[in-house]
Design a protein around this ligand. Structure first.
Ligand SMILES: [Zn+2]
Length: 327
């Protein structure tokens, strides 16, 4: 059961046991980083709960067909771009009060539960206190601290840990058969998130972006302001570029401290990294990282991210210029 979900063996085992032993909770709280498979597992779990076979979904019964066709009358997903309000919870209660039509259970997934307003959480609590016998509600949340304690104490918490790079590589190999791609680089970049890995994989710009830190730091060493501004003006995925720059700085730091090539992210640029490592000491690398981290913080709220990137690159260059004159 749950073979389609990558990793999360502990979570899967717990849920399997709940099903096999028929010891279901009325409320589950799936928590852990964004994009690591909480929602996918919640859907598989729901499908199993609704299936006629109950223990493991068969894929052939009426319930399974309806579920796959997204028309199961006993299943709901609550999702919202902005906030999940009292009226959404009232609709859910209305849905849950009526007995199931096709299955023995009724299941609701509340995605991004951090979007529940306080009033909505309090309304939800009422359902958690006296749930209909056939109801199962699954809350999905990145940070469980966003859920009020009274709800948490009534829900069964299932933690989702970040996936190992190996697991992500395994998934990517199944997902795409493009032999040209550097799966382990994408996996490292995705930091355990399958969602991020897929979006990275599907971004045409991955290879272009991964080439830019080399150009940027070469321009900084050469004091080539014109080139820096030119690069900044051509990039649209600024957040991603900043992440790539951080991996570049981390790689140089690793090379300076040890010769452990195994942890190098930009392994296909090893010669360039080694060359550049002669120009920077650890202290200046930390300064660069701080500038980039600060840029990441301000950029999401800024009306013009390109201006922020410009400023960031020039600031790094300025730091380097002062540093190289001191040495
Ligand atoms: Zn079935």
């Amino acid at each position: 059961m749950f073979e389609n979900i990558v990793g999360h063996e502990e979570a899967k085992n717990e849920l399997r046991n709940h099903i096999y032993r028929k010891e279901l909770s009325h409320a589950y709280i799936f928590y852990g980083n964004e994009g690591i498979g909480k929602f996918s597992l919640a859907k598989e779990f729901s499908k199993s709960l609704l299936c006629d076979e109950f223990e493991e979904y068969c894929g052939n019964c009426q319930s399974c067909h309806l579920f796959d066709g997204k028309t199961h009358p006993d299943f709901r997903i609550i999702d919202s771009e902005k906030s999940i309000k009292v009226k959404d919870i009232l609709e859910m209660i209305d849905f849950l009060i009526k007995r199931p039509i096709v299955s023995k259970k009724k299941v609701v997934i509340i995605n991004d539960s951090e979007k529940l307003t306080n009033e909505a959480q309090n309304k939800l609590l009422k359902t958690f206190e006296e749930p209909p016998s056939y109801a199962v509600i699954i809350l999905i949340v990145n940070n469980p601290n966003k859920i009020i304690d009274t709800i948490k104490s009534r829900g069964y918490e299932i933690e989702f840990n970040v996936l190992d790079d190996d697991k992500v590589v395994e998934f990517l190999k199944e997902y795409s058969d493009d032999k040209e791609l550097n799966y382990s680089q994408i996996a490292k970049f995705s930091q355990g998130s399958i969602t991020k890995a897929i979006s990275t994989l599907e971004s045409d710009h991955f290879n272009q972006l991964s080439a830019l830190p080399n150009e940027i730091f070469s321009s900084i060493i050469n004091n080539d302001e014109y080139k820096l501004l030119k690069i900044a003006s051509q990039v649209s995925e600024i957040q991603e570029l900043l992440e790539f720059m951080l991996t570049w700085i981390r790689d140089i730091s690793i090379l300076k401290k040890s010769r452990n090539f195994g942890n190098i992210f930009n392994a296909n640029y090893i010669n360039e990294l080694q060359r550049q490592s002669n120009y920077f000491d650890i202290e200046i690398l930390i300064k660069f990282s701080n500038i980039i981290e600060n840029t990441k913080k301000v950029i999401s709220n800024h009306v013009n991210p390109a201006v922020v990137l410009n400023y960031c690159l020039l600031k790094i260059q300025e730091e380097y210029y002062e540093y190289s004159n001191r040495c």
